[in-house]
Design a protein around this ligand. Structure first.
Ligand code: FNR
Length: 389
């Protein structure tokens, strides 16, 4: 049961229900490099700020005196599944930086609520451990940083399939790492420090290519670092994926859905459809890649128009409240992904904090949908938002 309003919210908040206060308390709980790694973005962090500011350009114009019932239906159908709400975990690497339970905690809570969990290639927990904590039969997606090595790519995708990951999300905006000034100033690179590469460390093809198993009990620290670097290098650092190679993924992934994440132009969204992709996720990686890039919400509208219902359009970047989710849906997103809010929740006692954040957002969304005059998400459309410019 995942419908909440202020009377149905069924737990004592363990942290603030307000994003800004939640982030502030997470900051006190986290080591400074971990906090900055997540909070920061590229360059002067203009895009991190624009992602937020874009939400303020739109305001909700509610309708009243409609026959809205106490419980609003937030469900959607996506890739042959009925989901209780249009909310998906954004792929986020290195989650053990934020709490020792990392991906185990986040995947568990998304599983409990029946919402899709996207596992990052840069995960600090492997495919099978995350599948186990996520729970049998729950919707699991896998995000690929596309390795330049085809054997490794095949091996990752086969392992993902074997562990019940059913949607492939190919991130196409991070084939080279952005100019992340907070991390550069600290000299903080989690991947190289051996955190967040579990998938690469576990992979049998990676072991073959390296000539050793970095997880063996007699592996030296030097070998572990080498393996971490190998993973980092082969996850296509510096080499952009191209449309012409998509068949290599399709060959292994078959007819199951493949989405492109990191699309910011209407032209690319059209190309994605022409190249046979099954959806796009409008995203600028939370402002972590190009400083001064278009705000994600600003990119959404033209992409929704270009795609014109031919495939689902996901959205992420700057969602901090249920009202923000409402705006993204009203502007045509089929589903949204959450990044930083979940990490700040994770910092508060692991799964408890994640549950708190997710249920808070669901509750606020459900209340907002109703107060705007809607009984279900089919009624949430552009007429309910107005541009404030
Ligand atoms: C990310 N993001 C990301 N994306 C991806 O495709 N693979 C990854 O491994 C990561 N890792 C990652 C780590 C951290 C610490 C953050 C904050 C983000 C980007 C993520 O999926 C998403 O696009 C943004 O986080 C969305 O913006 P918000 O919700 O954080 O504002």
């Amino acid at each position: 049961e995942i419908y909440y309003n202020h009377t149905l919210y069924n737990q004592t908040p363990i942290a603030s229900t307000n994003y800004d206060r939640l982030e502030a308390s997470a900051k006190l709980l986290l080591p400074a490099p971990a906090y900055d790694y997540a909070a920061g973005g590229a360059g002067l962090e203009k895009t991190v700020a624009s992602n937020r500011a874009a939400f303020d350009k739109w305001q909700i114009a509610p309708r009243v005196m409609r026959p809205v019932q106490p419980r609003r239906d937030l469900s959607i159908t996506l890739f042959n599944r009925t989901l209780p709400a249009p909310i998906v975990m954004a792929p986020v690497g290195v989650q053990t930086l934020f709490h020792s339970t990392g991906e185990r905690a986040t995947s568990k809570v998304f599983g409990e609520l029946g919402l899709p969990y996207t596992l990052s290639t840069a995960s600090s927990t492997g495919f099978s451990d995350v599948a186990a904590s996520n729970g049998a039969g729950n919707p699991r997606w896998y995000q690929l940083y596309w390795p330049s090595d085809d054997d490794l790519t095949r091996s990752y995708l086969e392992t993902a399939k074997a562990n019940g990951y059913e949607v492939l999300v190919v991130t196409v905006d991070t084939w080279d790492l952005g100019w992340r000034t907070r991390d550069l100033d600290r000299g903080f690179f989690p991947f190289i420090e051996g955190v967040g590469v579990q998938i690469g460390l576990e992979d049998p093809v990676a072991h073959e290519k390296l000539g050793f198993n970095p997880l063996a009990s007699n592996a030296t620290m030097e070998q572990k670092q080498m393996a971490a670097l190998y993973h980092t290098i082969t996850t296509s650092r510096g080499i952009s994926p191209v449309w012409e190679n998509l068949w290599k993924l399709r060959e292994v992934w078959g007819d199951s859905p493949i989405l492109l994440k990191g699309v910011q132009s209407a032209e690319d969204a059209k190309l994605a459809s022409q190249w046979g992709l099954n959806g796009v996720i409008v995203s600028n990686h939370g402002g972590r890649q190009i400083d001064g890039a278009i705000a994600s919400l600003d990119a959404l509208t033209s992409i929704v128009e270009a795609v014109n219902g031919s495939m689902p359009v996901g959205f992420d970047g700057g969602i901090r409240s249920g009202a923000d989710i409402f705006k993204a849906l009203a502007l045509g997103a089929d589903f949204v992904q959450l990044g930083r809010p979940i990490l700040w929740g994770l910092a508060h006692e692991g799964e408890k904090g994640v549950r708190h954040v997710l249920k808070s957002l669901l509750a606020e969304l459900e209340i907002t949908v109703g107060l705007a005059g809607c009984s279900d998400l089919g009624q949430v459309n552009k007429d309910l938002v107005t541009a404030n410019i």
